[in-house]
Design a protein around this ligand. Structure first.
Ligand code: NOJ
Length: 733
């Protein structure tokens, strides 16, 4: 539709129709036209259902085409519905969780994964996905770290932008493209105590310096929508935060798309205690600039009266409706209201061999080899037994894979049985996934009870382990233990799994742990007892194949941690890019008292950001700089030579970190400023160079101006965030 026609449409709409556009209803109201049940209970009327702008969480080409047809036929202006859903890491073909995808340090691969998800979801009739989540995270207790790209603003920004490009392409009307909704604006990843939905307090400097850049990267990549966060940020809930939405997001970041609240967040303004009644909640949210109300009845039940009594100017309503209509138009829905919904395509595109292959590749690249003493990995094929609750479990998708079917997932057990080399290897469960007294509380469905005779299972595992050359122990956190509303106060593995670990380690020291998890865990017992640890996260549909390929050496691990694994729970939040403090501590735990340290644990995490081993080894030559001085108009070339010193071809991610030694405000001990993946054959070397510019050195100065300050800087180039391979340069006027 031409813009002028869209303007005419907007001006033709009645107030009720306009308010209708601002309402998103949940899939379980599907029964459009019938307000008995939950819709009526929540206060929605027949009229709201007739005029709504959008539905979320309904899928299926046939169903959505029928729904769209019936809806448009009865709508006074035949305006199509927008169908939105959480397509987080794949639709029917599930990719690794986003935290794992970030470990690939490969934005192109992540873009490609998002494009597959978009093609599949589009075929099933979806127009918008609630992804990417660009919340920066530093606290593994928060279950939603699995949906993030981890603790680094620079890496998170690259990943968020890649996802936006993958979903949207360059034109939303292209077949297989869907609109991206960036979330959760802002600061949702920093809840106090790691408890979901909890209070967030961040200084404006920290917010701008660390938390906003990843959102900004997604906005710059052209994401169409932004979702507000549930939390208060410095005491103001995001859905009512005019400064955050109008000043920062719209004016400073230049975001012109549509803003949607999170699920029921407008009603939650009452619980937050900033709205005295539903009418005030509607006023505050619209004033802040929330265009669409996800699921709550706040806009539906209150905006009309607010407009009629003059409290809400029509201009606010019109602006929001305009953004929603414009998005529908950019998606081409006025001409093609079904967009790509197509029952035939659903049969060929969803879970196609090609998509599975891409999911496998992404999973393989996301695995992080944390430890490999005595080069226990890779296996030779038949020299190991497989034990543990994850050995045959198909529960390899993250909790957001709500439209996937576990029966499509290849478990490690089925991959082992399919592969001629491993067809005969013994497999035993050893123990349940969760402690019987502490089962997770399910995301969507009640979880089936795990039944197992614990003693017999343990005995069988020990018997197998005793006679084997190597043991592959498949452990981890149940997938329902991470994700939304899955915060944990203790990051240990379940007791039953630790008992299995002890029992097996007692009879066989050639122990390899394959770890499945949605978040960093306390891995001390594993690091003590296992010679090898392969972190596989929640790897998705092709997880089993990807794990087996890696164990057998067909895939050489190359993932790097996107989030530090803490030494223990008491150490979180922990992140590599912290400030130095006035008393930085380099000594041992018992070597003194008055430093910034603990009495009982080290300051360093067990495995830091950027860390990950390979089946081969690499060395980095000392850093060379093309100049010792940098100015605003010059650049410095910083280079190392990377050499594969091992016996296998492998890929290393070379990382560039910079430290500003002195500034008008305290600066982090180092910050990631660049990364490159390099593949080398044994004995091969390659120069890896980065260009350092003045722009990379900017920060929020004392005055809050975003600019650099002259002085000395350290450059580090190496294979993880601990590297000491450095050189110094000076920024001058
Ligand atoms: C609540 C979650 O916070 C958000 O991430 C999600 O997109 C919505 N629910 C919709 O399901």
């Amino acid at each position: 539709m031409k813009e002028s026609e869209l303007r005419t449409l907007l001006s033709d709409l009645s107030l009720e129709e306009k308010i209708g556009q601002l309402i998103q209803l949940p899939g379980y109201f599907q029964n459009a036209g019938n307000i008995t049940g939950p819709a009526g209970d929540m206060g929605f009327t027949q009229e709201d259902l007739r005029l709504a702008g959008s539905y979320l969480s309904i899928i299926g080409a046939e169903k959505l085409k029928k729904m769209q047809t019936e809806f448009m036929a009865q709508h006074p202006h035949h305006i199509p519905l927008l169908f939105m859903a959480d397509i987080i890491n794949g639709y029917r073909t599930v990719f690794p969780i986003p935290l794992a995808q970030a470990c690939t340090f490969d934005p192109e691969l992540v873009e490609d994964s998002a494009a597959v998800a978009a093609r599949e979801a589009a075929a099933s009739g979806i127009h918008v996905t609630f992804s990417p989540m660009a919340d920066l995270v530093r606290d593994a207790r928060w279950g939603r770290v699995m949906e993030s790209a981890g603790e680094d603003p620079f890496l998170s920004g690259h990943m968020a932008a890649a996802m936006v490009r993958g979903y949207q392409g360059s034109d939303l009307r292209e077949p297989g493209r869907i609109a991206a909704c960036l979330k959760h604006f802002a600061g949702y990843g920093a809840p106090e105590g790691g408890r979901d939905y909890n209070t967030v307090e961040l200084s404006e400097r920290t917010l701008r310096e660390d938390y906003l850049p990843a959102y900004a990267a997604a906005v710059n990549a052209g994401c169409e929508l932004v979702m507000t966060s549930f939390n208060t940020l410095n005491r103001i809930p995001s859905a009512a935060n005019t400064w955050l939405l109008r000043e920062i997001l719209r004016r400073e970041m230049g975001f012109e798309g549509m803003i949607i609240s999170d699920w029921n967040a407008l009603e939650e303004l009452l619980a937050h205690g900033i709205a005295a009644d539903p009418s005030e909640a509607a006023f505050l949210a619209l004033r802040a600039g929330v265009d669409m109300d996800m699921v709550s009845p706040i806009y539906a039940c209150n905006l009309k009266a607010l407009v009629e009594n003059g409290k809400v100017p029509m201009k606010w309503i019109d602006e929001s409706v305009w953004r929603i209509l414009s998005l529908k138009n950019r998606l081409g829905l006025f001409e093609h209201p079904f967009k790509d919904a197509d029952e035939t395509a659903e049969k060929t595109v969803l879970l196609s061999d090609e998509n599975r292959l891409r999911a496998r590749k992404c999973a393989e690249q996301s695995f992080v080899l944390l430890r490999n003493e005595d080069a226990l990995l890779p296996l030779s094929g038949t020299d190991a037994v497989f034990i543990g609750p994850y050995a045959e479990s198909p529960l390899l998708n993250g909790v957001w894979s709500i439209f996937a079917d576990d029966s499509d997932t290849v478990s490690l057990g089925s991959a082992l049985r399919r592969c001629p080399q491993t067809r005969e290897v013994p497999i035993a469960r050893g123990c349940t996934m969760c402690d019987p007294e502490q089962p997770p509380i399910g995301f969507q469905h009640p979880l089936p009870l795990e039944t197992l005779d614990a003693e017999t299972a343990l005995e069988e595992a020990v018997r197998l382990a005793k006679n084997a050359e190597k043991v592959v122990l498949c452990l981890g956190e149940h997938r329902e233990c991470s994700g939304e509303a899955a915060s944990r106060g203790d990051l240990s593995l379940p007791r039953c799994q630790l008992r299995l670990l002890d029992a097996v380690a007692a009879v066989n020291s050639n122990l390899i742990v394959v770890l499945f998890t949605g978040r960093p865990l306390d891995l001390r017992p594993l690091a003590e007892k296992a010679k090898s640890i392969l972190l596989c996260w929640l790897p998705g549909t092709e997880g089993g194949e990807a794990v087996l390929n890696t164990l057998l050496g067909a895939n050489n691990p190359s993932g790097k941690l996107s989030m530090s694994f803490p030494y223990c729970t008491g150490q979180v939040p922990v992140h590599y890019n912290h400030l130095n403090t006035g008393r930085p501590w380099k000594g041992g735990i018992r070597e003194g008292r008055f430093g910034s340290k603990y009495q009982d644990i080290p300051n360093a995490p067990l495995y830091p950001f950027g860390y990950g081993l390979s089946y081969t080894t690499f060395t980095c030559s000392p850093v060379t700089l093309s100049a010792a001085h940098l100015t605003r108009s010059s650049t410095i070339r910083a280079a190392v030579t990377l050499t594969n010193t091992g016996t296998r071809t492998g890929t290393e991610t070379v990382q560039l970190y910079i430290r500003d030694l002195s500034g008008s405000v305290a600066r982090p001990v180092r910050e990631l400023k660049g990364f490159t993946r390099v593949s080398l054959a044994p004995g091969e070397s390659q120069e890896v160079a980065f260009t350092i510019t003045e722009e990379m050195l900017r920060f929020y100065r004392l005055s809050m101006e975003y600019a650099s300050e002259c002085g000395d800087f350290d450059v580090f180039i190496g294979c993880d965030s601990r590297t000491d391979n450095g050189a110094r340069f000076t920024l001058t006027e």
